[in-house]
Design a protein around this ligand. Structure first.
Ligand code: ATP
Length: 204
């Protein structure tokens, strides 16, 4: 029997937006994944002040509700410890020893990848599917994939996606300055943000 292929879409999701959803769907389709786990991070040390995990998880849940392949995985936000990706992957692999794991990320994370805790341990358990993010640097993106594949053969794969230059930071700043976020996040996520007045003042 063929191994189950599971994608892992890690992120802060502060808030989730169409960039996240689009690359997860591209990964699912292009690499034949049977499931994509959306894995919101606990409080990440490298990010600015973050919305409580309960809100971030609720928004992920609303955003993925209509896609039967997408699942919310709260293990990192429910853990009292700092969650390192390599530990989460080790645990996932233990739970599903037959599965092939694919970690999905955007170009900025690809360039940072070697600064993550224990990249070797991460790559022991998964392959990386990377989406290009910014215009004008596509050559550098493919070059980075080549460099990483040279060091870690056969572990990095590109995703073929449109470039959707939306970021959570941009969504937050739009809400704060009273601008529209329609068509940048799913309607349900927009309603959640508006009803609770999230992101209207700077996160402290
Ligand atoms: P922020 O603006 O707060 O830094 P973000 O929009 O980058 O957040 P994260 O939750 O940090 O969102 O991202 C999770 C993953 O999704 C990262 O690997 C990131 O590179 C990727 N990603 C986010 N937005 C896009 C996008 N528009 N296109 C491709 N990849 C994206």
């Amino acid at each position: 029997m063929e191994a189950k292929k599971i994608g892992i879409m890690g992120g802060t999701f502060n808030p989730i937006h169409y960039g996240h959803l689009m690359i997860a769907e591209a990964a699912r389709e292009q690499y034949g994944l049977q499931e994509v786990l959306f894995l919101p991070s606990g409080h990440p040390p490298h990010k600015e002040h973050t919305m409580p995990a309960s809100h971030r998880c609720s928004m992920v849940s609303l955003a993925i509700a209509d896609n039967p392949f997408f699942t919310l995985d709260k293990r990192e936000v429910d853990s009292p410890d700092t969650s390192y990706t390599y530990v989460t992957l080790e645990r996932l692999q233990k739970e599903c020893p037959q599965a092939e794991l694919y970690f999905i990320l955007g170009a900025d994370s690809l360039f940072d990848f070697e600064t993550w805790r224990k990249p070797e341990a991460i790559l022991k358990h998964c392959s990386i599917l990377a989406a290009f993010r910014k215009h004008g640097r596509q050559g550098e993106f493919f070059h980075q994939i080549d460099i990483l594949n040279h060091k870690h053969p056969g572990k990095f794969f590109p995703l073929d996606t449109p470039t959707l230059e939306v970021s959570s930071r941009d969504i937050r700043s739009r809400v704060q300055s009273g601008r529209s976020i329609r068509y940048l996040v799913p309607r349900e996520v927009e309603a959640y943000i508006r009803e609770r007045h999230l992101y209207e003042s700077p996160l402290i």
